[in-house]
Design a protein around this ligand. Structure first.
Ligand code: 5GP
Length: 176
């Protein structure tokens, strides 16, 4: 399937995304109550979401970036998570907030949660995803926070790509 910009339909507008992000940040500010947080952005897809989300978080916060991939390009997952760069600081005793773009099969989320739990004894580990495709889940994992629940559609924009393109869109769209 080739995805052309002119065929994209808006699923979530810039305004809807930004409004939801402020709501999520409000819940997080309430939960952490000023405690320090390590926000871990999963590159590349979560970059826009993570950057916008942390602007609304008011606790002391450090940002880390890791890079994983499960899509081999195109619109199908490989079903295997590749850790491209997963170097992290010492997270023992820390509040860890993982920020993802989308939970689809759940393999990436599970891989990351297991990785953090195997390597560190954190104070708390929370998983936040902008999108949740519950319908395509293959492993038992649920984000602690998510922006929007979506159907089994391949979406692009606002960090999410199709063969590397469309990450720069301000909205999230799909092609039928
Ligand atoms: P999972 O491991 O949950 O199957 O997939 C997670 C990763 O697959 C996401 O971080 C994202 O990079 C990619 N992915 C899953 N669904 C979509 C989608 O609809 N659009 C795009 N662009 N990427 C997706």
């Amino acid at each position: 399937m080739e995805i052309k910009l002119e065929d994209l339909k808006v699923l979530f507008s810039e305004e809807q995304i930004q409004t939801r992000i402020k709501e999520l940040a409000g819940e997080m500010n309430e939960f952490y109550k000023g405690e320090e947080v390590y926000a871990i952005c999963v590159l590349k897809g979560a970059v826009m979401f993570a950057v916008d989300l942390v602007k609304h978080l008011d606790m002391p916060l450090k940002m880390e970036f890791i890079r994983l991939s499960s899509y081999a390009g195109g619109t199908k997952t490989t079903g295997k998570v590749n850790a491209v760069d997963i170097s992290l600081p010492d997270l023992n005793g820390k509040n860890v907030l993982v920020i993802e773009d989308i939970v689809d099969t759940g393999l990436t989320a599970k891989f990351l949660i297991d990785f953090i739990q195997c390597n560190f004894k954190t104070k708390s580990t929370k998983f936040c995803s902008l999108l949740d495709k519950k319908i395509t889940r293959k492993v038992d994992v649920e984000p602690d926070y998510y922006g929007f629940d979506i159907d089994d559609k391949f979406v692009v924009g606002y960090g999410l790509d199709y063969e590397g393109y469309y990450r720069n869109l301000k909205y999230i769209g799909y092609a039928e």
